[in-house]
Design a protein around this ligand. Structure first.
Ligand code: ZN
Ligand code: ZN
Ligand code: ZN
Length: 383
């Protein structure tokens, strides 16, 4: 079946999920998978709208290629499921039952099974005992590359999350979030509050790295007090629900300085700004993921900072903060309309300072569509 353009108006959530189920079944047939078993992770909410709690009690969607899907769910969780009988049946299990036996009964004589990457080992080991004839593979092989291609619902959700994160970035760039004399942890808490105020239901991270900490890409914001004339890298995001849908992630990085920076930093930032824009511009349909990484990386390397750019340029984003497609050397997957991913080059001079600029971008037939519009220029925040 054909995939709708990501810029089509969103359709009813149930129809969108039914279309995803049909794509998954097509893929299962192509890959000779008899049944898909989905527990924790993003595949389940993507297909059903229900996110399983990470409990020792098993929740699992049993999706046979040739039959109706059934959600096996602890009885005490069943009322939380927004059950749509057009998509799946419900099989609540009681405390005295063995849920992996319930799953085994639904699987029946099918043997070629694909299971969630995030399924707990304890559950998988029990399933292996309950279904001894099964051949197992990862559900990521079946669902991952389908889920990477966003439909109109998901594009709308990602754009809404991006707009909400942009509002926080604008407050940062505009000096509304005081930096000087405050700890990284305090600024991080402020950013988190603002992300929630802008509509995020969950904050995933709010990195604030100041001074030499700006050279550490995943710095944990701590007690360091931000001084005058320093570099501050802020990388933050959360998950935002649009309507009755599941949450989709935002992820943005902006770098600011608290006063006039030294000349070398200005030079580094110019290179980075140019490289980030070049990588976004390279993100057109048909371009291999690794080529987008290369488009930014070669400019950074040409300026002599190649060894200071120590991570891939980006990651897919959706229900999960990091998912397919990864924008990295060695990934030849060509971009298709609907691929959503970050573009986030960074340059880090250990012990001195660093900078990163990050936007979420969606590949469309009309070219790269940025979900983030917050200003990329270096902001001097003297507050
Ligand atoms: Zn980020
Ligand atoms: Zn990111
Ligand atoms: Zn720019």
């Amino acid at each position: 079946m054909s995939v709708a353009s990501p810029l089509d108006p969103p359709m009813d959530a149930c129809l969108a999920r039914a279309a995803r189920l049909a794509r998954v079944r097509d893929r299962m047939r192509e890959m000779d998978v008899d049944a898909l078993l989905l527990s924790l992770g993003a595949d389940l909410p993507w297909l059903t709208g229900y996110e399983a709690m990470p409990l020792e009690r098993l929740t699992m969607l049993v999706l046979p290629v040739d039959d109706q899907a059934t959600l096996v769910v602890p009885e005490l969780e069943a009322s939380r499921v927004d059950h749509d009988p057009r998509l799946f049946e419900m099989r609540p299990w009681a405390e005295h039952e063995q849920p992996t036996e319930v799953v085994a009964a639904l699987v029946g004589r099918r043997t070629r099974l694909a299971v969630s990457d995030r399924c707990w080992a304890s559950h998988l080991l029990e399933l292996e005992r309950s279904i001894p004839r099964a051949h197992w593979r990862s559900a990521r092989e079946v669902v991952g590359l389908l889920r990477a291609v966003k439909d109109a619902h998901e594009v709308a959700a990602l754009r809404a999350a991006g707009t909400a994160a942009d509002a926080v970035a604008a407050a940062l760039l505009g000096g509304e979030i005081a930096l000087i004399g405050r700890t990284e942890a305090e600024v991080s808490a402020d950013i988190s509050t603002r992300l929630r105020d802008e509509g995020h239901e969950r904050v995933n991270f709010a990195i604030v790295g100041s001074g030499p900490n700006s050279a550490s890409p995943h710095h944990e914001p701590g007690p360091r007090v931000i001084g005058r004339g320093e570099v501050v890298v802020c990388d933050f995001g959360g998950s935002l629900r649009l309507g009755d849908g599941v949450g989709y992630c935002s992820d943005i990085t902006r770098t600011v300085v608290t006063g006039e920076p030294e000349a070398e930093f200005l030079e580094l930032f110019e290179v980075l700004h140019f490289a980030q824009a070049a990588a976004v511009a390279a993100a057109v349909v048909g371009t291999p993921c690794e080529q987008v990484d290369h488009a930014g990386r070669e400019l950074i390397a040409a300026a002599g900072y190649g060894k200071s750019f120590i991570h891939r340029i980006g990651h897919g984003i959706g229900i999960e903060e990091h998912e397919d497609p990864y924008i990295v050397a060695g990934n030849p997957t060509p971009l298709v309309a609907g691929h959503a991913f970050s573009v986030e080059p960074g340059i880090y001079l250990n012990g001195r300072f660093g900078a990163r600029i990050e936007d979420v971008v969606i590949a469309t037939d009309d070219g790269p569509l940025a979900c983030n519009q917050a200003d990329h220029r270096l902001a001097v925040v003297e507050a």
